[in-house]
Design a protein around this ligand. Structure first.
Ligand code: BES
Ligand code: ZN
Length: 457
């Protein structure tokens, strides 16, 4: 594929690509919201249509007990490698809605970015692969490799149904390499390959006392307050050095060798840029580690939300009947989410006071993953990035999770390449999610070039 021809083609299709991407961004495919079931199906169907229209074959929806999986393939390059592309069409909830400058499901270009829920995570990045396919086909007809696609609608809630599907459809999904674009680049115009993700263990911790709220004058001080107790329990989950206090929490952590820590330290980093990206007041975390290390190589525990009692306007004097915290733990290679959830529950049993009822409800989990950095397919991806971005890629870990990476590697025996085109400050999971359009178009070019590079390896 002639790169300048490819590049001109992609740039000339700019408006059409954005228009088409808009048609999937307008669908409210929030997997966490049970009332959006119809939108999930509509999104899966729209993507299937789009796949057919670009020339992908055998497009099929697989029903699950949750949201449908979308499969398609194009297998005409005998003797050449097969690449499985994975992406997710579900998105995160949009609240707080009032903080969006334009509505989350009305895609809007402002400046250099496209704003919409799912623009970077992950509809925009999934779409990159469809347009790479279409562009390649329009420019040169024959594809030099075989392609398979699997798109799911439950990534943001833990990929509950994809995991058994992968294990029971090994033949269908069989590939030499899996490519996923659902991570971020290290920074603007810094092409990146990610080689490790953290895992996830998610739970709800609930503290209850009386069956209904009590008048805090009549009872306050003489019965335990579930909100006070919850706050106390949460406070006891970390020590003053920022370490998680759950016994045995760190037992299985695979310590990262000194050479790798030195590599991480060599990446461009400044607190100033980190604070700009995050908007936070100051860096914070486990002592003895840099920000990148805290994000990439250390397990963490965070409260995602707390609710209970009176949270409306004004003041109301009650002892809440119950209070809940949604808590997630990010895990690093060699930790097991199941084991960590059990350790959490055991610790709460140990420290919870007998004056309330405490429950731990397991939500979802996903395992950490390491991907190879010296595989020929990684070199192919690296060369494609270099051609498009004009510089060699950064190799980084990331702090986020994609639960199925490990499953793909285990069940298919194929390496996963995390070739993401997002940015850390694109507000994924937050109001005003957006996608830097330069990276979107360059992503399409990179993905198309990758076909040639892989065919030669
Ligand atoms: N695209 C993210 C994964 C990600 C986030 C990679 C940040 C690199 C950096 C993905 O859509 C996601 O948000 N995953 C969830 C998984 C969880 C619900 C099991 C996550 O990380 O919170
Ligand atoms: Zn996400």
């Amino acid at each position: 594929m002639d790169y300048s021809k490819l590049s001109l083609h992609v740039e000339s299709r700019r408006d059409a690509f954005l228009e088409e991407l808009g048609s999937i961004l307008r669908i409210q495919s929030i997997s966490a919201d049970p009332s959006k079931k119809g939108e999930m199906v509509r999104c899966a169907e729209t993507i299937s249509e789009m796949m057919r229209s670009v020339g992908i074959e055998n497009v099929k929806l697989f029903e699950t007990d949750g949201n449908p999986l979308v499969y398609g393939d194009h297998i005409h390059a005998a003797g050449k490698p097969t690449v499985l592309i994975y992406g997710h069409y579900d998105v995160q909830p949009v609240d707080p809605l009032s903080e969006w400058e334009t509505p989350p499901f009305e895609p809007t270009v402002r400046g250099d970015d496209l704003y919409a829920r799912g623009s970077t995570d992950d509809k925009g990045q999934l779409f990159i692969h469809l347009k790479a396919f279409e562009s390649y086909k329009q420019l040169s007809e024959d594809l030099p490799i075989n392609l398979k696609y699997i798109f799911e609608g439950e990534e943001e809630i833990g990929s509950i149904h994809l995991e058994p599907f992968i294990r029971s459809h090994r033949d269908l999904l069989k590939a030499d390499v899996v490519v996923i674009s659902d991570t971020a680049m290290y920074g603007r115009d810094m092409p990146t390959i990610c080689y490790a993700l953290r895992g996830m263990a998610y739970l709800e911790l609930t503290v209850e006392n009386a069956p209904i709220d009590l008048h805090s004058g009549s009872f306050g001080g003489a019965v335990a307050n579930p909100a006070n107790v919850l706050a106390d329990l949460i406070a006891r989950l970390h020590d003053e050095r920022g370490r998680v206090t759950i016994p045995h929490f760190y037992d299985d952590v695979l310590e990262v060798p000194a050479e790798e820590r030195a590599e991480i330290a060599r990446l461009p980093y400044s607190d100033e840029e980190f604070l700009r990206q995050s908007g936070a007041v100051a860096p914070y975390g486990e002592s003895g580690y840099s920000s990148n290390e805290r994000l990439w190589i250390r397990p963490t525990l965070d409260v995602n939300g707390i609710y209970g009692g009176f949270t409306g306007e004004g003041a109301k004097t009650i002892i809440p009947a119950r209070a809940t915290a949604k808590i997630s733990m990010r895990l690093v290679p060699n930790q097991s989410s199941e084991k960590i959830l059990d350790l959490f529950a055991a610790y709460i049993r140990q420290i919870a006071p007998p004056t309330v009822k405490t429950t731990v409800k397991k939500m979802h989990s996903g395992e950490p993953a390491l991907t190879p950095i010296d595989h020929p397919a990684v070199r192919a991806a690296s060369e494609s990035l270099e051609t498009v971005f004009g510089k060699k890629p950064f190799f980084i870990r990331e702090g986020g999770s994609i639960p199925e990476v490990l499953t793909f590697q285990e069940a298919l025996g194929a390496p996963v390449i995390l070739l993401g085109f997002g940015l850390p400050d694109e507000n994924s999971h937050a109001p005003n999610e957006h996608l830097y359009l330069r990276h979107f178009f360059d992503g399409i070019k990179t993905a198309a070039l990758l076909y040639d590079k892989l065919a030669r390896k």
